[in-house]
Design a protein around this ligand. Structure first.
Ligand SMILES: Nc1ncnc2c1ncn2[C@@H]1O[C@H](COP(=O)(O)OP(=O)(O)OP(=O)(O)O)[C@@H](O)[C@H]1O
Ligand SMILES: [Mg+2]
Length: 228
């Protein structure tokens, strides 16, 4: 049977042991559908980033199971996991982590160069297309450190999309942006969903996001407290 779930988390728990035992994720079960735009909210320290790291394959140290695009990610070897991540998942973080001395074009091209499946010309073409989608194509030849905060964050999204990820994750991607830039990023995410059926899972404190997502998942003390 073909399921429309692209993420399935089953009874996921995680305990930090340092300095004392602390159950940061407590029996989390959730699903995300293909093409869904889901927002994860909750108070500071509630476990949002920890959960995102597990769901996005960055962390595989947990109890329970997480299946992404049909693959139980804990079953992969480190090499398989790295390959799976590079081809399946895109990330946008609160701080963009662009390489400041590289051009915008080079920054965006890097994940595709790493993937090693496209020629240099194809990569440049894809990168320019993504920069255009995010409205920053005119910045392509500049060093990334010369861009404004909002422009840099849009470049980070363009980079995250380079390998056509099945899921785009974000951890407070607009946390450092003013409301105008936040609104622009939000519009772009909505367009990605509408035009390309992009699956999106974002952690945010921003109510603009929560209002315009398909679904809001709230967590508190490592537990899901609602599904609406
Ligand atoms: N490596 C670690 N070792 C021990 N405790 C940790 C570790 N990483 C996070 N924690 C604790 O786990 C809890 C959840 O952290 P997490 O970063 O997931 O919260 P969050 O919901 O993302 O918060 P914020 O909104 O402030 O980003 C916090 O109490 C944090 O101190
Ligand atoms: Mg966090």
């Amino acid at each position: 049977m073909q399921s429309n779930h692209i993420i399935v988390a089953n009874h996921v728990s995680k305990v930090f042991t340092d300095p004392v035992d602390f159950r940061v994720l407590d029996d989390i079960s959730l699903t995300v559908d293909k093409g869904e735009f889901v927002v994860l909210v909750g108070p500071s320290g509630s476990g949002k980033t920890t959960l995102m790291y597990a769901l996005s394959t960055l962390d595989t140290e947990y109890e329970g199971t997480i299946t992404v695009d049909g693959t139980d990610i804990a079953s992969l070897s480190p090499n398989q996991l790295a390959q799976f991540r590079n081809s399946t998942i895109g990330f946008v973080f609160q701080f963009h982590y662009l390489l400041p001395d590289f051009t915008v074009l080079d920054n965006v091209s890097l994940p595709a160069i790493k993937a090693g499946v496209w020629s240099a010309d194809e990569i440049e073409e894809r990168a320019m297309k993504n920069l255009q989608l995010l409205g920053v194509a005119d910045q392509a030849r500049k060093r990334s450190s010369r861009l404004s905060g909002g422009q840099q964050q849009r470049v980070a999204i363009a980079r995250a999309l380079m390998n056509n990820p099945k899921i785009l994750f974000g951890d407070e991607p607009t946390g450092n942006l003013d409301s105008k830039n936040t609104s622009m990023v939000l519009d772009i995410l909505r367009d990605l969903k509408a035009e390309f059926n992009q699956t999106i899972l974002m952690v945010t404190h921003d109510l603009q996001f929560a209002e315009r997502a398909d679904r809001v998942i709230a967590i508190r003390d490592g537990r899901i407290v609602n599904h609406e």
